[in-house]
Design a protein around this ligand. Structure first.
Ligand code: ARG
Length: 470
């Protein structure tokens, strides 16, 4: 068979005129979808075998195709210029051209019964599955960083806050484990995204299904999928798996951003709760004394890009008719960028976290303000049978008296507090302390040391199990 075609496009046959140059550049995707090349090659390999199963390829042709794909894959890795200088419209055409160069018309035969619509959906799913695994690995390392800091600062008290106002004493390790807890939920979300992506569209054709009775289940297995997609029309137009992955990334970014906000505040002179590592800080070109928490600020700032990628894809998908539409080509760039950004973000957060030195004296001093034990003081009255609302009111009066006298309430004279309630006795003024305020929170999930230790042990076990699982 003579290799003769009208032009070098995948679809030129019915066209009289070539596309406008500006439009042609506008519609190309090779500049970014070349990232799918390893997946295109993997799909091509299995497709040749699937075609053999229905008598379209011979065993010899499968072998020739596989050998050519090996060559293309090796050259793509070593010869960047080959890709840079290509005029291919997309990654699918790039590989087809390369196959034709290697094999002649056999290269064209491979596209029998299939469509780029299913190719791109399949390859993008494979990308998301690998991407989720990479981010999972980075997250596990970040969680290790939290465990390290929580163990190193297990007993350090700090002033727990709500509304950015001192509330009750907690352990610094409890604060660190709170952030770790959020990131371990992100691990679950990444797992969900992976599971949603794990279905193979190949065999869906352009929209209606393949006209040859290929073995879809076998093909899916060979590509590492555990199942096939259920409806061909849905399969070529569905990008929920990409949304799901971006949602998982947006969750991580949001949690990084909240962590960043805590660290930026705690690094300020007003708090001085921590010293940032030099390696993750920058100075001022004007003010010699400055050491700025830029790593955390950029982490907070870059979160916008990740959530934007999620909203962007939602917006692209909204209102699309069923099956494949070219709008769907817009799914990849933002997701690739969000993924790369996220890898960097988690690594920077890990470095900045493990390099942080906590200012134990400052943290403990803030936690020791007796105002933070006011709730425990009310609990004292509750133990004596006073309804909580009344106890709250009586302790409020004690605090007002202390404010009047200009001293902490624990330093008031016993007569002064007994004027407020006869239920107050000497142990009331001596009882509450940072230690007791923390130690009484032994409830599940509380800040008592034993509970934090248990939370650390639990996360350590979970990480060990996850690290050994693929
Ligand atoms: N570059 C396209 C994309 O990313 C591939 C599928 C093209 N299909 C088509 N019928 N034009 O979505």
């Amino acid at each position: 068979m003579k290799a003769e075609r009208k032009n070098d496009r995948l679809w030129g046959g019915r066209f009289e005129n070539a596309p406008d140059a500006r439009f042609d550049a506008f519609q190309r995707s090779f500049a970014f979808d070349r990232r799918l090349l390893p997946y295109e090659i993997a799909v091509d390999r299995t497709w040749a075998k699937a075609l053999e199963g229905v008598g379209i390829f011979t065993e010899m042709e499968v072998r020739q195709t596989a050998a050519a794909l090996d060559k293309i894959s090796a050259r793509a890795q070593s010869d960047r210029n080959w890709l840079d200088s290509s005029t291919a419209e997309d990654v699918h055409q790039f590989v087809e051209n390369a196959l034709v160069e290697e094999l002649g018309p056999l290269g064209w035969k491979l596209h029998t019964g299939r469509s780029r619509n299913e190719l791109v959906a399949t390859e993008f799913r494979l990308f998301v599955i690998d991407a989720a695994a990479d981010i999972r690995k980075s997250l596990l390392a970040l969680l290790d960083g939290f465990l390290m800091q929580a163990k190193a600062n297990l007993k350090v008290p700090m002033a727990g806050m709500t509304h950015m106002q001192h509330a009750q004493p907690i352990l610094l390790s409890h604060f660190l484990m709170a952030h770790a807890e959020a990131f371990s939920r992100d691990l679950t979300r990444l797992g969900n995204a992976r599971a949603v992506a794990d279905a193979c569209p190949m065999g869906s054709g352009a929209l209606a299904g393949c006209s040859f009775p290929i073995d879809r289940t076998r093909l899916a297995k060979e590509l590492g999928f555990s199942r096939v997609t259920a409806n061909s029309l849905d399969a070529v137009g569905d990008r929920d798996f990409a949304l799901e992955y971006l949602f998982a990334l947006a969750g991580i970014a949001t949690h990084l951003s909240r962590l960043a906000e805590d660290f930026v505040l705690f690094a300020s002179q007003e708090f001085s709760y921590l010293i940032l590592p030099d390696e993750y800080s920058t100075g001022s070109s004007l003010m010699p004394q400055k050491k700025n928490p830029d790593a955390w600020e950029l982490l907070r700032g870059k979160t916008g890009r990740i959530t934007a990628a999620l909203f962007g894809l939602f917006t692209t998908l909204k209102g699309l008719p069923s099956s494949y539409q070219r709008d769907l080509q817009e799914d990849k760039e933002a997701l690739f960028a969000a993924h790369d950004q996220m890898e960097d973000m988690i690594r920077v957060a890990h470095g900045a976290l493990v390099g942080t030195k906590f200012q134990v004296d400052r943290l403990s001093a803030a936690a020791s303000d007796p105002a933070l034990f006011a709730t425990d003081a009310a609990d004292y009255l509750v133990q004596k049978g006073v309804p909580f609302r009344q106890a709250h009111d009586l302790v409020g009066k004690v605090l007002r008296e202390a404010e009047k006298q200009g001293k902490p309430w624990t330093e008031l004279a016993l007569e002064d507090v007994r004027r407020i309630s006869r239920l107050f006795e000497q142990d009331f003024l001596q009882g509450p302390s940072v230690e007791s305020a923390i130690a009484t929170k032994v409830v599940q999930g509380g800040t008592a040391e034993g509970r934090v230790q248990a939370a650390i042990a639990e996360l350590e076990l979970k990480l060990k199990q996850l690290e050994t699982k693929p």
